[in-house]
Design a protein around this ligand. Structure first.
Ligand SMILES: [Mn+2]
Length: 247
């Protein structure tokens, strides 16, 4: 492996308003420009958009710089993956058709340079959050998605934007660490380790950059978010490390 693999999540573009989102989008473009020459693969691991719903003929306005940049990167031979997050699970084929991006619905298990990875946005895993686990089933249900798709975008996106206005990022809440025993994704990762060995677990969703040693042989990395942290992870073929951009 001569080039690196990069991981980032939770840009929440669109939140809390157009102006602040644009500033964040510019920062993300600067980051992509900075990593591009050393990047073999890029994993965008969910909640890239604060809300994204793809109608059959229509997509939400905005985010054109990111879309253009990602298309240029895949055109240049960089492989890009887009994981569905809990805010942008309604992607269909637009990212694949227009930008050559591979969309991942749930977990992705892979091996790179002899290291095994377990990747997932992180929503709906581990103990607790029962309310969301039910909502997730509704949101991911094809009939519910079809019903939403026939609501005119003016109404559908209006409801969605109102909903995302009440989210964690819209209120700029910086998440706090309450100890490893309360980290539900670390608990989930440890459960997975009972079945099989993975060198690295990479999740988003938690909005807190974390590097947790699970058993001396496996590590859980949380990618944080780009409102307060600008955090991302890089795998150089030997090690997975958490880093911060313009911090
Ligand atoms: Mn998120």
């Amino acid at each position: 492996m001569t080039k690196n693999i990069y991981f980032a999540s939770d840009f929440h573009l669109g939140s809390p308003n157009h102006q602040e989102s644009r500033k964040r989008e510019d920062r993300i473009i600067r980051w992509l420009n900075a990593i591009e020459s050393s990047c073999a693969e890029l994993f965008l691991m969910g909640d890239i958009f604060d809300f994204w719903f793809e109608y059959r003929e229509v997509i939400p306005k905005g985010f054109v710089r990111l879309q253009g940049k990602l298309a240029a990167m895949t055109d240049a031979g960089i492989k890009i993956y887009f994981f569905k997050g809990n805010h942008d699970m309604w992607v269909k084929d637009y990212f694949t058709t227009e930008m050559g991006i591979e969309v991942i619905s749930d977990e992705l298990i892979m091996e790179r340079n002899g290291k095994s990875f377990y990747l997932h946005h992180g929503d709906g895993l581990g103990p607790g959050d029962e309310k969301y686990k039910i909502l997730r089933k509704i949101f991911r249900n094809p009939i519910c998605q079809w019903l939403f798709s026939i609501v005119p975008p003016r109404i559908g996106l209006g409801i969605a934007n109102w909903w995302s206005g009440s989210s964690r990022v819209a209120n700029k809440t910086e998440e706090a660490f309450h100890g490893e025993e309360f980290e539900w994704l670390a608990i989930y990762a440890k459960e997975q380790l009972q079945q099989a060995h993975y060198d690295y677990f990479v999740f988003g969703h938690r909005h807190l950059p974390l590097e947790i040693d699970l058993n001396g042989k496996s590590k859980y990395v949380n990618l944080g978010e780009w409102i307060n942290f600008n955090s991302y992870a890089v795998f150089d073929g030997k090690e997975l490390t958490l880093k911060y951009f313009e911090k």
